[in-house]
Ligand binder design. Structure first.
Ligand code: A2P
Ligand code: MG
Ligand code: MG
Ligand code: MG
Length: 311
């Protein structure tokens, strides 16, 4: 009986199932070829895939958890009107449902939860054909902290018995750990992952002072955190405003469940309560361990931190 399963675990299990469906929507829009691009701002786009995936996620979660606060990246009109029945997901992931809920989350109520939804992270890369960078992000926060999250990669390919399977879904739950992939230790040398589509002089200055062996420029907050978890990069550095709460909630939840840390460039945690402002004004600094995070934070000069804090 799923009703005996604590709420946070049920929301996470449903989020895994709904992220899979949203990932299929993202692939279907691309194969149809009609992206319906809307320009929201400078280097800021929305496509039919962003809109449709968000409708699917919000409608499905709201139907099952009516009192949970759900905040999505795309604006209100995207969420109005009827939703096709094959977008209304009622299933929940069985493996996640069987997880042991941490004691401090066992009596959480719907009103205490804020879910941050990024239906398609890496939209710029999606429109430019860097499909591996694209993720669907569902972050679950309680008392302003990300406690669980899903990072779904619609274009990740695996072969099973000679058959190609598209998509994989990575989840994390505080004190329990992560699933859906195999974590790997960080590389031996300092490899930084950063933006490929939202750089500026401050972003470049921060990269310079890090003095890294290699810099990977890829799209999306979700994909960069996956690179940390899979040992492809050591630190994620983005010394600029631009990311918002839905970009970092799920990645932070998954990363911290794996023992890592995601903060702003000053080393402070973002808060994910329902009244928080959306922008992450002071950038993103993340690493797969607290030691690496601290090492990177110490390399950032005070004047750069001040420049971001005073923006
Ligand atoms: N200047 C910006 N304007 C709009 N979105 C941004 C900006 N900078 C970052 N983002 C969001 O944060 C994600 C990570 O940033 P980056 O890829 O540059 O490292 C982007 O994919 C984008 O999310 P989204 O694609 O969901 O709109
Ligand atoms: Mg966007
Ligand atoms: Mg995003
Ligand atoms: Mg997005």
């Amino acid at each position: 009986m799923t009703s005996n399963v604590p709420l946070v675990v049920r929301v996470l299990a449903s989020s895994v199932a709904v992220a899979n469906r949203a990932g299929k929507i993202v692939r279907d829009v691309m194969s149809k070829g009609e992206l319906g691009i809307i320009v929201k701002g400078k280097n800021d786009y929305q496509t039919e895939a962003d809109r449709s995936a968000q409708r699917c996620i919000i409608a499905s979660l709201a139907a099952q958890f009516p009192k949970v606060n759900i905040i999505g990246e795309e604006d209100g009109s995207t969420n109005e009107g009827e939703v096709a029945s094959d977008w209304l997901i009622t299933e929940a992931d069985k493996e996640v449902l069987s997880l042991e809920c941490p004691v401090n989350l066992q009596s959480v109520k719907e009103e205490d939860i804020v879910v941050w939804v990024d239906p398609l992270d890496g939209t710029a890369e999606y429109t430019q054909g860097f499909l591996e960078h694209v993720t669907v992000l569902i972050g679950i926060s309680v008392n302003e902290k990300p406690v669980a999250g899903v990072i779904h990669q619609p274009y990740y390919k695996t072969m099973l018995n000679g058959e190609k399977i598209m998509g994989r879904t990575i989840w994390g739950l505080q004190e329990v750990g992560v699933g859906g992939f195999t974590p790997a230790p960080p590389p031996d040398s300092l490899i930084i992952t950063t933006t490929r589509s939202h750089s500026n002089p401050l972003v470049e200055k921060a990269l310079q002072v890090m003095d890294a062996a290699e810099i990977l420029r890829v799209g999306g907050a979700g994909y960069k955190v996956l690179q940390l978890l899979e040992g492809k990069a050591s630190v994620y550095v983005f010394a600029s405003p631009g990311c918002k709460k839905w970009d970092t909630c799920a990645p932070e939840a998954v990363l911290s469940a794996a023992g890592g840390q995601l903060t702003d460039m000053l080393g402070d945690f973002y808060k994910y309560g329902k009244a928080e402002l959306y922008p992450n004004k002071t950038g993103v600094l993340a690493a797969v361990s607290k030691e690496l995070h601290n090492y990177a934070l110490k390399k950032i000069p005070q004047e750069l931190k001040d420049a971001l804090a005073n923006k």
